[in-house]
Structures are given as structure tokens and as C-alpha cells.
Design a binder for this molecule. Structure first.
Ligand code: HEC
Length: 278
């Protein structure tokens, strides 16, 4: 009879943690709290029953025995001498060594930690679960993407084109007048910096080169990098504005510097259809 009861109890004991793995769809704090208390209570009742069954045969007072055991765990006995169980196998004597106290304390700590953790993360929700952290990061990333797109977005520098629309050129021109004329002159004819209206370029003409020069600057020659001042779109606008001044030949412009720039002919991709010449 005793065996059957303890087997059933053991089975329930094993099944409990498994039951805890079942995902709970509704997770408001009250439900979770109720669940934690219910499970804790069931575990407590089962453990007490198992304990009582365990000492039933020994003809001792279970409560007094429990008290003695708990006391023994918390305050270790002065001597390390272990009880001789009375078994000798191959000249090896079996001793009932007590569990080291530090191990018991550690176990107690894990119980306390589990309780604090459960209350913090699942019941009160003060700390964030990793799903919430993930969602928060996604929201932040989306926001950042929006801001970036609003400020002109990320421009594909390999597929950069010189803009021709009035809005972009106007904005580029305004920034040019504010930030660039001190060195390049109001009509971009050149002062300290070179003439930007001719076909001759030190760092290459065409929107891609001009974009890169403005972005990175020529620090060695006194032109700063504008990367941190302007957005990518703004640099594209300024570059387009500069190129729109090609051939304007302003009065008092500096003589050409660098090399004549010829826009390279875009090479055909390998798999594009070739026109057959008969
Ligand atoms: C402090 C002076 C200074 C300012 C301000 C300045 N630049 Fe320059 N810039 C220079 C100098 C000097 C060079 C020539 C660099 C060299 O000799 O390699 C230059 C070169 C350039 C070139 C390359 C010219 C070439 O021949 O390849 C471009 C394009 C250019 N600047 C655009 C701008 C734009 C656009 C601005 C404003 C956002 C600007 N610069 C502001 C001094 C300046």
C-alpha cells in the first residue's frame, strides 16, 4: 500500500515540471500568480506526504524528526564523524555522510532566486522578457530607418545620378552659397579652392567623383569632409548644383587645374544582348 502511494506521488512530482512547460496563452499577472501558488502548494503537500510516509515505519515523531533535520542542515554538527550504516562491502564501510552545508545553502539560494526572478519577470513585469526586448529593438530600428529615409535616405553611391530638378538644385545652391563660396567663390570660379565650372578636375568630374570629394573633403589642402554636416541627399544636391554650373565660365574664374574629365562610357554587362553586325 505504502509503495503504491509513494509511486503515484513520485509520478505526480515528475509530471509537475513537465506541466509547467505547457505554454500558457493567457498570461495576465493574476493568472500567473495563481498558477505559481497552486503549483507551490501542491508541491508542498506532496513533499509533506512523502516525508510522512517515509518516517511512518521508523516509529518516530515526524515533526520532531523534521525539526531535527532542518536544524542539522542549518547548523552543522561540530564533528565530521558520519554515522556508520552498518554495511561493509569488500572491506568498504558505508557511512551516512551529511550533505555539505554550502551545498544546502546554495540550494536554498536558488529557491530564493527563482522566486525573485519569477516575481520580477513574470508577475510584476519590471524587467523585460527577451521577446519584449526584441520587439522594442525592432520598433527602434524602424524609427531609425524612417528618420534616415526622411533625411534623404541611404543613397546608393554606385548608382548616383546628377539631379536636374529645380528643388534639388535650389537646395544645393543655397548650401553652396552658405558653406562653399568662401573658398570656391560665389559663382564657383575659384578662390583658394579650384574653379568648379570648367571641365578640368583634380579629383575627377562627374557626379560620383564630385560626391566623393565633397563627402570626404581634401583635408590636406584645407577642404574639410562634409560627411557629418550634410545628409547624403544634401551632398547629392550640392554636387548636382556644382555640375549644373559646368561651362558657365564666371568672370575672374581661376584657370583650369587638374585633368580634363571625360565621363566614362558605361561598359555593357557581360550577359546583355549584343547587337550582331552582319
Ligand atoms: C576651406 C576652403 C574650402 C571650402 C570651405 C570648400 N572647399 Fe572645396 N576645395 C578646397 C580646396 C583647397 C580644393 C582643392 C583640393 C586639391 O587641390 O586637391 C577643393 C576641391 C573641391 C572639389 C574638387 C575639385 C577638383 O578639381 O577635383 C570640389 C568638387 C569641391 N571642392 C567642392 C566643395 C563644396 C561643394 C564645398 C562646400 C560644401 C567646398 N568645396 C568647400 C577648399 C575648400
Amino acid at each position: 500500500m505504502k509503495k503504491i502511494i509513494s509511486t503515484i506521488l513520485s509520478l505526480i512530482f515528475v509530471a509537475l515540471p513537465l506541466a509547467a512547460q505547457v505554454p500558457v496563452t493567457k498570461t495576465d499577472p493574476e493568472t500567473e500568480l495563481a498558477m505559481i501558488f497552486t503549483i507551490s502548494f501542491i508541491v508542498f503537500v506532496i513533499a509533506t506526504l512523502m516525508y510522512i510516509i517515509g518516517v511512518m515505519d521508523a516509529n518516530i515523531d515526524p515533526i520532531a524528526n523534521l525539526y531535527f533535520r532542518v536544524k542539522n542542515y542549518i547548523i552543522p554538527p561540530p564533528s565530521e564523524a558520519a554515522a556508520d550504516v552498518g554495511h561493509i562491502y569488500d572491506d568498504i564501510r558505508e557511512l551516512d555522510n551529511r550533505i555539505p552545508p554550502w551545498f544546502n545553502y546554495l540550494f536554498g539560494l536558488t529557491v530564493v532566486f527563482a522566486f525573485v526572478y519569477m516575481t520580477d519577470y513574470h508577475v510584476l513585469g519590471i524587467s523585460k522578457l527577451s521577446t519584449d526586448e526584441y520587439l522594442e529593438e525592432v520598433v527602434a530600428a524602424n524609427l531609425q530607418k524612417k528618420i534616415m529615409l526622411a533625411s534623404g535616405g541611404s543613397i546608393n553611391e554606385n548608382a548616383l545620378v546628377a539631379l536636374k530638378d529645380v528643388e534639388s538644385l535650389k537646395e544645393g545652391g543655397e548650401n553652396f552659397q552658405k558653406f562653399c563660396i568662401s573658398c570656391h567663390g560665389p559663382q564657383a570660379g575659384g578662390l583658394v579652392g579650384p574653379n568648379l565650372t570648367d571641365e578640368f578636375w583634380i579629383h575627377g568630374g562627374g557626379i560620383k567623383n564630385v560626391y566623393t570629394t565633397i563627402k570626404k573633403g581634401v583635408p590636406a589642402k584645407g577642404m574639410i569632409s562634409w560627411e557629418l554636416v550634410f545628409s547624403q541627399k544634401q551632398i547629392q544636391n550640392i554636387g548636382s548644383y556644382v555640375l549644373s554650373l559646368q561651362g558657365t565660365n564666371p568672370l575672374g574664374g581661376k584657370s583650369p587645374e587638374g585633368q580634363k574629365y571625360v565621363e566614362p562610357v558605361v561598359a555593357l554587362a557581360k550577359d546583355s544582348v549584343k547587337v550582331k553586325t552582319l
